[in-house]
Design a protein around this ligand. Structure first.
Ligand code: C2E
Ligand code: MG
Ligand code: MG
Ligand code: MG
Length: 284
């Protein structure tokens, strides 16, 4: 091989991409091991009524308890889990844990024992979601009305007729269906047109730039109206400041989630919060 500069650059690039694939393979192996060992947990983030700060639901957010590197956030591993198919196994234990947690809240007599859980589009392709969810509800004893599935819009292609039928069957079970990160995909409005959606979650990108952008504010306002007219609950994601909360309240957005109210919490901390019954957010 020649040692001329251009070739060396090519080789250097190869080394880098080798290193990247090596890291990915290692990570995939570790993820596989984590599935066998059940090294996952959920944190729960409250969703609140914006006007009162009252907690109405919690979203279950997946964490990987890596034996060496500690708690890993989904952005580090969800994509890999989807590409390797491991998401199906991870999702199985995830939905089970979320439903079990909802059942526990019901038993504890929590005022609104509802739990949302994120589900990847891949999971719909690789399993029969209807019998899966039916089995999970039976197994955990959770009320279907206590469980909502969040589907990230940007991960779904145009909803096929088959997908529409499946989602309708899930709705018939009584399970809620939420469109996550609304506004980030290609076909936001097509989803509302074709899917039996119970909830719309406005992506935090819109929420956090509302103050500087009149256009963003107009879009958020329109989505709020749209939700009202379609009978879907509208939730603003990623609310970090009182100014954002106030603006959303003015617009008439009923629900929100974000660090202003609470970060995602480990189960016991979340249960303590529910037990305290105190409204969340800044003192008003
Ligand atoms: P998502 O469903 O849109 O969840 C909201 C994300 O925003 C969470 O990140 C949450 O911790 C974060 N967040 C909440 N409030 C604020 C805020 O005020 N400011 C900012 N900057 N961020 C906030 P997280 O936990 O890292 O999850 C990231 C994404 O991973 C989720 O986005 C969801 O798409 C996916 N995910 C999480 N758990 C699961 C799961 O069990 N299964 C699947 N398939 N995907 C999951
Ligand atoms: Mg979500
Ligand atoms: Mg979201
Ligand atoms: Mg998301």
């Amino acid at each position: 091989k020649s040692r001329a500069t251009p070739l060396r650059e090519v080789r250097r690039f190869d080394n880098e991409s080798d290193e990247r694939s090596w890291k990915r393979i290692r990570l995939a192996n570790e993820l596989q091991l984590a599935v066998s060992n059940g090294d996952f947990a959920f944190d729960y983030q409250p969703k609140v009524e914006l006007a009162t700060g009252n907690l109405v639901v919690a979203e279950a957010l997946l964490r990987w308890k890596h034996p060496l590197f500690g708690l890993q956030m989904p952005d580090r591993f969800i994509e890999l889990a989807e590409n390797t198919g491991l998401i199906v196994d991870i999702g199985t234990s995830g939905v089970r844990a979320a439903a079990a947690f909802a059942a526990r809240l019901e038993r504890d007599g929590a005022p609104s024992p509802r739990i949302s859980v994120n589900v990847s589009a891949t999971e719909f392709v690789h399993r029969d979601m209807i019998s899966f969810i039916t089995a999970i509800l039976e197994e955990t004893g959770a009320n279907p009305r206590s469980l909502t599935l969040e589907l990230t819009e940007s991960l779904m292609a145009e909803p096929t007729v088959r997908m529409q039928q499946r989602l309708r069957a899930l709705r018939d079970l009584g399970v809620g269906l939420s469109i996550d990160d609304f506004g980030t995909g290609y076909s936001s409005l097509r989803y509302l047109e074709t899917l039996p959606v119970t909830e719309i979650k406005i992506d935090r990108g819109f929420v956090q730039s509302m103050a500087e952008s009149a256009t963003k504010r107009i879009i958020v306002e329109a989505v709020v109206r749209l939700g009202q007219q379609l009978g879907a609950e509208v939730v603003a994601e990623g609310i970090e400041t009182e100014a954002e909360r106030a603006m959303l309240c003015d617009i008439g957005c009923p629900y929100g989630q974000g660090y202003l109210f609470s970060p995602p919490l480990p189960p016991q901390a979340f249960l303590d919060l529910v037990g305290s019954g105190r409204p969340l957010g800044t003192v008003r």
